[in-house]
Design a protein around this ligand. Sequence first.
Ligand SMILES: [Zn+2]
Length: 143
Amino acid sequence: MFCPQCGAENPEGAKFCSKCGAELAAAPAPSGASETTIGLAPNIAGLLCYIAGWITGIVFVVIEKKSTFVKFHAWQSIMTFAVLNVAYLILFWIPVIGWVLGWLIGILGFVLWIILLIQAGSGKMWKVPLVGDWAERQASKVS
Ligand SMILES: [Zn+2]
């Protein structure tokens, strides 16, 4: 094997380079962690879970089998935006107060959407209060 640092040839299985002392055989990335079923980077797939709210959440719950990260964001997208959607629809039927609350929920949903896109896009498992823990349990279930 060749040293990634200086290029010197070393005996197979050597831990350190005999020439420069650099660590050889840098542990390969744990398989599975950085893979998704559709072949996208997990952070991109995670971001896509939120693009169209719970609709893309469902799409990724169905297609993603490998990445717990992506499954987490898919479930969180479904739960977060389904709850907000239902709340919005109910409030719509309550004049004035309901409309004001619905309007606030709309803003809350939009702000959450932006935060979630940024967090997932940067590879973080940011959890929405209450919903996040539930999504994490769903994601870690073996399907
Ligand atoms: Zn070396």
